[in-house]
Design a protein around this ligand. Sequence first.
Ligand code: FE2
Length: 256
Amino acid sequence: MNDRNLQEEKSSKNVDRRDFLKLGLLTTAAALSAKPSQATPLTGKTEVKPPLQKYIAKQYDKLLGGALNGISDNQLKAHFALYEGYITKINELESRIKSFDTNNPDTINYRGWHLEQTSMLNGAVLHELYFGNLGTAEKEPGGALKKMIDRDFGSVQNFIGHLKTVGKIAHGWSLAALNFRTGKINVYGLERHNLNVPTMVYPILVLDVYEHAYMIDYSTDRKKYLDAFVMNLNWKPVQERLEMALSIPFGEAVTV
Ligand SMILES: [Fe+2]
């Protein structure tokens, strides 16, 4: 990425972040009430921003060098390489799909690319969310996140219990997400990157339970890995994601 693109991306992120934090604060009270919020009337003035032209692998070097307790550098480096493979593959797939001539009746390859598209996309994004919520900056949930966890699960301990239990039984992912249909936080289990994926939800906390996430450190002992994950959970990005999600109205209107 050149300097100009970097500047544009940083600028766009700053604006987006300010907007969602502002909107998040405004809508937190609505999210905590029992009444579903109303959709914003259409004005026809929504700005259409230029998209990113391709996926670029994020760097998570800050997790190395003993930053985590119980998840080794070797484990993380092997995992980073896997994630970067998903980034390469999704770029390649989207390029192939875009250049496909839809007048061509031979759709065998086209079908295969589409099957892989959701797998590679989710493989990339879920790993970014997973690495993103590792770290030791914020050890406890606070603010609206704590209130909503208490409201929907009774306690943080019970919420973590659900996250870990789904982590024991799912083959791929255990994740907590804000459900836009209800305004509640739920825990979901994904068998694969693109299997059992719920719709109209926004992931706020992601736990990778594929064997590749812990084999180097814990062999087949997933329970020990789940304990290590919770010990290294950084609640700060979880709170930020929730605030971003709360900027979107929830309730009956989301499936209009
Ligand atoms: Fe993984």
